[in-house]
Design a protein around this ligand. Structure first.
Ligand SMILES: [Zn+2]
Length: 491
């Protein structure tokens, strides 16, 4: 199966490159810590303060100098962003412990004043390559948060992110007892396991499926970044730990499937019953069943080379979910059926799934790739040598490249080097997987640069100097972050 997967990957890469070249896209050349101590508005004596107090309503608690609070790698581009009403001309970098000045540079103005009167400038200190812990300082704007300059920081961040995800495991020491169905409290099921998606032991099927799916994407595109030695109980079993983590979730997901209908219960939630607040299993739901079908199928072909019998078990459960979707077609959207069929067709090659795909594409092939399901389906579709629909694949690839170009162009116009200075971190993380996939197919230094800047943004180089690394402590956010970190670890 491994061989098969690699062949498939090579074939599709060749196919896509051909398609893109035919389409005249120019091939490869065209692709373009520590929490910060809030910086209080310094008691400055310049004219700045005299402009009135109103201006401080919003930004007063944000440091004016935004740095990557996780840190920078020696030998890489290193930049900080300064946002203020009066831009200093120069900056210095000091050793955070001794206060000794180690670097001095000019601040390059980036943008004119915005509607609130704020200017931005870039402080480039790429010339500093001595490992250490530093702060940046400049006139009028004060001091940045502490940052380190050291090799291995991305590697540590990847391990830490994986560990945080792993710690969301339920059922090892908590929530082991059976849980009642909300529709029938006398029926109690063993639904232990899975990742917590809430602090009281809640677990959500769709969130879990999306996270598991993203972990597979992280592994599939950059397998060498994910080892079998992270120190979890399964380490050393010759299966990369990231896939063990997926399996922990899929084991639970299978417990959430009703074996009679094939439908999947949507979640384990905290509800108020006669005995007070306790966990219940919510009813079967379309969205949960679709996502279950997609994720279990995808795992069947990822895990196959490590464990054939588990792969078959996943595919069987997915097939059962498909039957449930078919039996309830009237409430399942065409896009949902297509999404599941794309995965099942890749896994099995059965004509019944191809028919669903062809029917869907006959009237939707130009549909905008807006929903997550549509984007993921398109990516799987492009990686399925069986489809052999070169026109559609080429068209998809052009669209993905177009979107990525657009993001890179917007990032070039933004001081924070991402699409927008107020980019929602979850949206950024969502964009990441698409970027990493496009970058995998048509490698470009521009894409790599954007990926690095995405990470800087998440690590504090944003308007609020906020760390977005544990965004909601959700499995989905960690999994998306692992896609990015897996990419950056594989350079
Ligand atoms: Zn638990």
């Amino acid at each position: 199966m491994r061989k098969k997967f690699i062949q498939t990957t090579n074939r599709i890469t060749a196919l896509l490159l051909t398609a893109v070249l035919f389409a005249g896209c120019g091939g490869t050349t065209d692709a373009t810590g520590n929490p910060v101590t809030p910086f209080k508005a310094a008691p400055v004596k310049t004219a700045m303060l005299e402009e009135g107090r109103v201006e401080y309503e919003v930004p007063e608690n944000f440091p004016a100098i935004s740095v990557d609070l996780v840190g920078y790698l020696p030998g890489e581009e290193k930049k900080a962003v300064i946002r203020t009403k009066k831009l200093p001309e120069t900056f210095v970098i000091k050793d955070a412990e001794t206060g000794e000045e180690v670097f001095e540079g000019k601040i390059k103005p980036f943008s004119e004043a915005d509607k609130d009167g704020f200017l931005t400038g870039i402080a480039d200190f790429s010339g500093l390559d001595t490992e250490g812990t530093y702060v940046m300082e400049a006139d009028y704007v004060g001091t940045s948060g502490k940052f380190v300059l050291r090799t291995g920081i991305y590697d540590e961040l990847l391990k830490d992110t994986f560990k945080r995800l792993h710690e969301l495991r339920c059922g090892e020491i908590c929530h082991k007892s059976k849980v009642s169905l909300s529709s029938d409290p006398d029926t109690q099921l063993d639904i232990s396991g899975g990742w917590h998606t809430g602090e009281a032991g809640e677990r959500d099927v769709v969130s879990g499926c999306l996270a598991a799916y993203d972990l597979m994407i992280a592994y599939q595109y950059h397998p060498s970044s994910f080892k079998d030695n992270t120190g979890i109980a399964e380490s050393g079993n010759r299966i990369p730990d990231i896939l063990d983590e997926v399996r922990y979730e899929t084991d639970w997901l299978m417990k959430m499937q009703n074996p009679e209908t094939g439908g999947v219960y949507s979640s384990v939630t905290l509800n108020t019953g006669t005995a007070g607040k306790k966990l219940y299993i919510d009813g079967e739901a379309t969205r949960a069943t679709v996502n279950f079908c997609v994720t279990l199928t995808h795992f069947s072909y990822i895990i196959n080379k490590f464990d054939g019998s588990y792969s078959r078990k996943c595919l069987k459960a997915a097939g059962l979910a498909w039957k449930c979707l078919e039996a309830n077609k009237d409430i399942v959207s065409d896009e949902q059926m297509y999404r599941a069929a794309v995965e099942l067709y890749k896994a099995t090659g059965y004509g019944v799934y191809k028919k669903v795909i062809d029917n869907y594409l006959s009237s939707n092939s130009d549909k905008k790739l807006e929903s997550r399901g549509a984007v993921d389906a398109a990516i799987t579709h492009m990686g399925t040598s069986r489809s052999a629909n070169m026109t559609y694949c080429g068209n998809l690839m052009n669209r993905f490249m177009g979107r990525t170009h657009e993001k890179a162009a917007l990032a070039a116009d933004c001081a924070y080097m991402v699409e927008s200075a107020e980019l929602d971190p979850k949206e950024l993380l969502r964009n990441t997987s698409e970027l990493v996939v496009v970058d995998y197919i048509i490698t470009s230094t521009e894409y790599l640069k954007l990926e690095k800047n995405y990470l800087h943004y998440l690590c504090g180089r944003n308007i609020k100097s906020e760390l977005f690394l544990d965004y909601g402590n959700s499995p989905e956010a960690y999994a998306m972050l692992l896609i990015l970190l897996g990419r950056l670890e594989d350079i």
